[in-house]
Every structure is written in C-alpha cells, then in structure tokens.
Design a protein around this ligand. Structure first.
Ligand SMILES: NC(=O)c1ccc[n+]([C@@H]2O[C@H](COP(=O)([O-])OP(=O)(O)OC[C@H]3O[C@@H](n4cnc5c(N)ncnc54)[C@H](O)[C@@H]3O)[C@@H](O)[C@H]2O)c1
Length: 284
C-alpha cells in the first residue's frame, strides 16, 4: 500500500514537528488545525526550523522551498479525504481522540491508515471507537520530532499485520528509526524512562543530594548524555507528572507514581525550561 499523501491533525509541539519531517522527506502533507491562526502558528514553527537548517547548512534553500511547497493547511477535516495515512497529534484526551477517529473514518478511503501519536492512552481503545480497528496503529514520535530519530510503531490488539508493516516502512522512508512494539502502557521507552526518572527524584530526597550533584553523578558515573534533573526540565515537569500518573493508573506499581516533589513543582508552575524555572533556572 503506497503512502503518497499524509494528513497531520493538530499542529502543536508534536504535529508541527511530524509535518516538518514528512515534507522534508518529500511527502505531500496536509496539516489540520482548529483555526487558521493555529495552523499558521504551526507553519511558522516549521518554517523557522527549516530556515535554521539552511543557516546551519543541513539543507539548501531550494530544499527548504520544496519542503514548504509540500505543506498545505486546512481547518476542514474533509480536506483529508485523499490522504493515505493520517497521523493524529491533538490533545492527550481519549474522548477528543475517539471523536476525531470516528470522524476521520467517515472521511478517508477504506485503505487509509489512521495513526495516533498518543504517549499514554490505549491505542486499542482509540481503535475500538472506529468500525475498522484493523487499520489503526500508534506512531509514537519523540520530542522534538525533527531531531529525535526513534518512532515506536505500535500494534494495537486488532491491527492488521500488513498495516503495521506499512506504517513501519513509512517511518523508515521519512528517515526515522522505527521499532515494532505492542500496545502496552508506556510502550517501550516511557515504560523504562518514567519510573527511572522517578527513582532519580526519590534519591534526591533520600540522600539529600543537590540536583546538580545528582546530574553530575549520572553524567560521570554512568555516562548518561544528560542528567535526570536536566532531562525532566527539558521534558517539562507537568508532562512528566502527567505521563507518570497515566502509567500509575494502568500498572499500579509504586515506582510509576509521580514523586510528591514533582507534583508540588508542577502545581507551583516550576515546569522546567518552558517556564524558565524547574530544577534549574533558565534565561527566557
Ligand atoms: N509533547 C511531547 O513531548 C509529546 C511527545 C510524544 C507524544 N506526544 C503526544 O502528542 C500529542 C500532541 O501533543 P503536543 O505536545 O503536540 O500537544 P500541543 O498541545 O502542543 O498540540 C496539540 C494541538 O492540537 C490542536 N487540536 C486539538 N484538537 C484538534 C482537532 N480536533 N483537530 C485539529 N487540531 C486539534 C490544538 O489546537 C493544538 O495546537 C498528544 O497525544 C501527546 O501525548 C507529546
């Protein structure tokens, strides 16, 4: 099954990055947002990153122009009718996603593949809201999508193996590193990373070490490329707490539950880089 045109629904942090990856890989892409302003904001983000790529000589001006030309915007979901693959990257709420998938199902062809970029929801539950769960997969990109190579290609309970293979091949075609996995909580990376980062934060309190020294310990004692506190600041304390809560809900393992220190930071607005303060302070 050939994938010629891709739809990306939601052009926020992830959707804009995913659309950028697609157009840079030569794929005609239609981005759908809820308003023209939000669509244009997504386009501006993509163009800013492409322009930075030209400055750093990662792509030529001609390649940037060609990539820009492959992106179309719409607010009308019906414009996605001709897409062979639609990647959903809207808010992380199961009701919003199931409503969207039910609408998409009515619009696209029977051969189209529908993918969700959810981090923590059940792909199987989203698929069950449609009449064709066999055509639905998870495509879990990492943030920032244009930079992070990995994409977890998630097989839900009823996904057709041929659809899973086609999604995997598409991810390879757009220059990413796919892995095949099943629809288990946190898939692979978050299932490992979230409890691990929670353990790191608990050590902060137990051993009364500073965030600087904890990061130093993991950088120089294990050669992690980034310390755990700096990584949580980069992910966003709120995003990490939300993902921990979702894993805790599904698995009920104590390590999954967000440490009280992180919950307090989230409530206080100490969200990390995006608010200028988390474990560290950042210039805005
Ligand atoms: N941010 C991350 O680090 C990250 C990483 C991997 C996966 N995810 C997942 O990706 C998805 C999107 O996350 P995000 O961080 O990009 O969120 P975001 O809030 O930055 O963007 C969501 C966008 O979707 C738009 N939207 C909402 N409903 C819509 C609809 N029906 N049609 C079209 N657009 C709609 C919103 O206007 C917004 O611009 C979530 O499922 C999230 O769990 C996020």
């Amino acid at each position: 099954m050939e994938i010629r045109t891709v739809g990306v629904v939601g052009l926020g942090t992830m959707g804009a990055g995913i659309a950028q990856v697609c157009v840079q890989a030569g794929v005609d892409t239609i981005g759908r947002e809820v308003s023209n302003e939000l669509g244009e904001r997504g386009r501006a983000t993509i163009e800013r990153y492409l322009a930075r790529g030209v400055e750093k000589e990662r792509l030529t001006q001609a390649e940037m122009d060609a990539a820009r030309g492959r992106l179309k915007l719409t607010t009308d979901l019906a414009d996605l009718a001709g897409c062979d693959l639609v990647i959903e990257a809207i808010v992380e709420q199961v009701d919003a996603k199931t409503v969207l998938f039910a609408e998409l199902e009515r619009i696209v062809s029977r051969e189209a593949i529908l993918a969700t970029n959810t981090s923590a929801l059940s792909v199987t539950e989203i698929a069950a809201a449609t009449g064709r769960p066999e055509r639905i997969v998870g495509m879990h990109f990492f943030n920032p999508a244009p930079v992070m190579p990995l994409v977890e290609v998630v097989r839900a309970e009823l996904t057709d193996p041929a659809v899973h293979d086609a999604a995997y091949e598409f991810v390879r075609r757009i220059g990413k590193e796919p892995i095949r996995c099943s629809d288990t909580p946190g898939f692979v990376v978050n299932r490992i990373l979230i409890p691990l980062l929670n353990d790191c934060v608990r050590v902060l309190d137990e051993s009364r070490v500073t965030p600087e020294d904890l990061d130093k310990a993991m950088l120089h004692g294990t050669r992690w490329p980034i310390g755990p506190c700096a990584l949580i600041d980069l992910i966003g304390v709120d995003v990490h707490v939300h993902a921990s809560e979702a894993l805790w809900e599904s698995l009920r393992e104590p390590r999954m539950a967000p440490p009280p220190r992180l919950v307090a930071m989230a409530k206080a607005g100490l969200l990390g880089r995006k608010t200028g303060r988390g474990f560290y302070t950042y210039e805005q």
